[in-house]
Design a protein around this ligand. Structure first.
Ligand code: SF4
Length: 153
């Protein structure tokens, strides 16, 4: 268990970054702080904040796709209203208009050759990167429209 002060500090940082970027942390603070604790434990254990709901390998190269926020966050928010751990939730879930259900794992099974699970898009205005089937309608950082995104990977 990480120190309470570190959990609070990271929680506040992630919350501020999420809101500034058009994302939302799960409003259940106790649940969310458990996940934040998991991120701190993984940071200490591996040297990077691997997803607290997945088994990391300890090899950073192999785990790049599950360093929080993982490559799967945006498509899971779009399809299910939350990321795999439910650390991040959509505006609809936050407003109580959509209920959370279990989220299937998108990450390719361990041992399969590594390749990006989704196309990676880059905002040509601010450089924001996201991994998802299609670019977002609006850049969560600079609010540029979808047309300003280009395929990066
Ligand atoms: S599933 Fe959520 S908590 Fe886990 S790495 Fe992805 S964004 Fe972070």
């Amino acid at each position: 268990m990480a120190e309470q002060g570190k959990i609070e500090a990271l929680y506040n940082k992630l919350n501020a970054e999420a809101e500034a970027g058009g994302y939302h942390l799960n409003p259940d603070k106790d649940f969310t702080k458990e996940l934040v604790n998991g991120l701190l434990v993984n940071e200490e254990r591996y040297g990077y904040p691997a997803c607290p709901c997945r088994l990391a390998s300890g090899n950073k190269e192999a785990d790049l796709d599950i360093i929080c926020p993982c490559d799967y966050r945006d498509p899971d928010l779009t399809d299910y209203g939350a990321c795999y751990c439910a650390l991040y939730v959509s505006g609809e879930v936050l407003a109580g208009k959509k209920k959370l259900a279990s989220i299937p794992e998108r990450r390719p099974a361990a041992g399969l050759p590594k390749k990006p699970a989704f196309p990676v898009w880059r905002c040509s205005v601010c450089g924001y990167l996201c991994a998802r089937e299609n670019p977002p309608e609006v850049c969560p950082i600079c609010k540029a429209k979808k047309e300003r995104f280009e395929r990066f990977l």
